[in-house]
Design a protein around this ligand. Structure first.
Ligand SMILES: Nc1nc2c([nH]c(=O)n2[C@@H]2O[C@H](COP(=O)(O)OP(=O)(O)OP(=O)(O)O)[C@@H](O)[C@H]2O)c(=O)[nH]1
Ligand SMILES: [Mg+2]
Length: 131
């Protein structure tokens, strides 16, 4: 099975994180996610994320840093998540595609239903907060 490369953005402000709900028709539908999407052939990860953040939540990325890369096999799909922290952006994020969204702190993140691969993202955020 081919691996899908995905750019994922952890948009943060004042120790809170912007998350969206995946629509029920999507892979891992109904779960929460960090906004993002597939990296197209001609794109870098940051270019893909810049495009996806504008499409999905209406913000312009100003700067990002790498957090973690996670390879995960869902059985029906294999993904490589390149996860970037986005701590500078312009505009106010909202669910531009009509999706539910919210700002949550780290303890709030831990109580939301995310796709399995996201456990490693939350773990990385916990470690980052402790360092
Ligand atoms: N955006 C996003 N995708 C995630 C996360 N965690 C995770 O396992 N994925 C998986 O990454 C894959 C690709 O993401 P996506 O569905 O957002 O891709 P996309 O925006 O290009 O949209 P599309 O599915 O409409 O083509 C999905 O299989 C999804 O289940 C996450 O936190 N955010
Ligand atoms: Mg997406």
């Amino acid at each position: 099975m081919k691996q899908v490369h995905v750019a994922v953005g952890v948009v943060c402000r004042n120790d809170t994180f912007f998350v969206c709900k995946r629509s029920v028709e999507q892979h891992q539908g109904g779960k929460w996610e960090f906004p993002g999407g597939k990296v197209e052939a001609h794109e870098s990860v940051e270019e893909a994320l810049t495009r996806e953040l504008m499409e999905e939540i209406g913000i312009q990325l100003s700067s990002s840093e790498n957090l973690i890369e996670i390879a995960h096999d869902y059985g029906d799909k294999r993904v490589l998540l390149s996860v970037l922290i986005v701590d500078a952006f312009t505009g106010e994020p909202y669910g531009k595609e009509g999706q539910d969204s919210q700002w949550v702190d780290l303890s709030g993140l831990a109580s939301l239903d995310f796709p399995e691969a996201n456990q490693a993202i939350i773990q990385a955020l916990v470690e980052r907060a402790q360092s």
